[in-house]
Write a protein that binds this ligand. Structure first.
Ligand SMILES: Cc1cc2nc3c(=O)[nH]c(=O)nc-3n(C[C@H](O)[C@H](O)[C@H](O)COP(=O)(O)OP(=O)(O)OC[C@H]3O[C@@H](n4cnc5c(N)ncnc54)[C@H](O)[C@@H]3O)c2cc1C
Length: 332
């Protein structure tokens, strides 16, 4: 009799204490992969403070998760690389999953390589596609050579690990109800001493308002924004709309914005309800990262800019004139 396989998903808890949306995107992919593997259960790994599980239960019950390994401790109020990776490694050694998927958030990007290097297994980072090949292996696809090629990577060792950026996969359309088992563990961490300690969280341009991954409104700037003052203007517009800001590679290369908020083929994929493209020409490498947004508004001085072909609404004009007027109207 063959053994039941297991796909383990990392359930990241955000600083605002909700399950990161990328978890639900991974869950829907895991349901598909498990179907192809056959006789495969889907589990989740959760680190949480005591008595917080109730807040998260519904999310697991509705997303096709068979079992949740719940680690409870006061120490899990803030992410800690050493502690989380140590416990994740111990769990993986115990349950031996075939596949482990982690969201390519800041936390996931920190955690995943720690785990894979300690377990001497392969990790494909920032995947844009996941499938099961004819041999039952995880076929993880990601851009390579600066986005010029797509490579499908196989891993010879277990677990086969991959990270996936938020918004690359769509979340479940309908609930998948399962009888989820909650395996609650209270690890003894009295002896644990971390080498690092988080002293403070400092706001940067990219987390000024909301996280790009979950923002419903994104105001993005391109080369046309021209200067840091131009970006300040976009931040003001984003704040007025309770959104956040993004940038093109053009703007990042000019030093106007950090790489962490670059949107596109070699940056982040976003799907906000509203995307306002300011001084962005609409190169295909940018469009692939934002074209699934609900509504797209483009502001550009060049009426022939390709962005207008993708935009739902276009404003031909100078952002330094249009954006202040927009802010004024919104504030009214
Ligand atoms: C392998 C590869 C990967 C890439 N990955 C990415 C990626 O992930 N993301 C990405 O964005 N790009 C990426 N690029 C780069 C991409 O091809 C474009 O070069 C880039 O998107 C252009 O950025 P932009 O629109 O800001 O600049 P430009 O193309 O220079 O456009 C600037 C626009 O601003 C307008 N403008 C100027 N002044 C004003 C004003 N005052 N008011 C209003 N409009 C104004 C202009 O009319 C123009 O249309 C990649 C390229 C390659 C080859």
């Amino acid at each position: 009799m063959s053994e039941t396989k297991e796909i383990l998903l990392y359930a990241e808890i955000t600083r605002s204490k909700y399950i990161h949306t990328v978890f639900f995107e991974l869950a829907q992919k895991a349901v598909e992969l498990a179907g192809k593997l056959g006789d495969c259960k889907i589990s989740a790994l959760l680190f949480t403070e005591p008595n917080h599980l109730e807040n998260y239960k519904d999310g697991f019950l509705k997303s096709g998760i068979d079992k949740v390994y719940v680690f409870e401790s006061e120490k899990f109020n803030t992410y800690n690389t050493e502690l989380y990776s140590k416990l994740a490694i111990e769990l993986i050694e115990e349950i031996k999953p075939e596949i482990m998927l982690i969201g390519a958030t800041n936390e996931g990007r920190d955690l995943a390589p720690r785990i894979s290097s300690a377990l001497h297994t392969g990790l494909t980072a920032d995947c844009t596609g996941l499938d099961i090949n004819e041999k039952g292996q995880l076929a993880a696809t990601r851009p390579t050579f600066g986005g010029k090629l797509m490579a499908t990577i196989l891993c010879k060792t277990l677990p086969q690990m991959a990270t996936v950026r938020p918004k690359v996969f769509k979340p479940l359309k309908n609930d998948i109800l399962r009888e989820t088992e909650f395996d609650i563990r209270k690890p003894d961490l009295s002896e644990f001493r971390a080498k690092t300690e988080i002293l403070d969280f400092v706001k940067t341009l990219e987390n000024e308002i909301n996280e790009l991954d979950s923002a419903e409104v994104i105001v993005a700037g391109g080369r046309g924004v021209g200067s840091p003052e131009g970006f300040e203007l976009l931040i003001e517009l984003a704040k007025a709309l309770n959104g956040t800001i993004g940038a093109t590679r053009g703007a990042v290369d000019m030093g106007l914005a950090p790489k962490t908020i670059q949107i596109g083929q070699t940056g982040k994929t976003v799907r906000p309800k509203l995307y306002i493209a300011c001084g962005i020409s609409g190169a295909i490498q940018h469009l692939v990262g934002m074209q699934d947004s609900g509504k797209i508004i483009a502001i550009n001085t060049d009426e022939n800019a390709p962005i207008f072909e993708t935009a739902d609404f276009g404003i031909v004009g100078d952002i330094f004139k249009v954006v202040p007027e927009l802010i004024k109207q919104i504030e009214k």
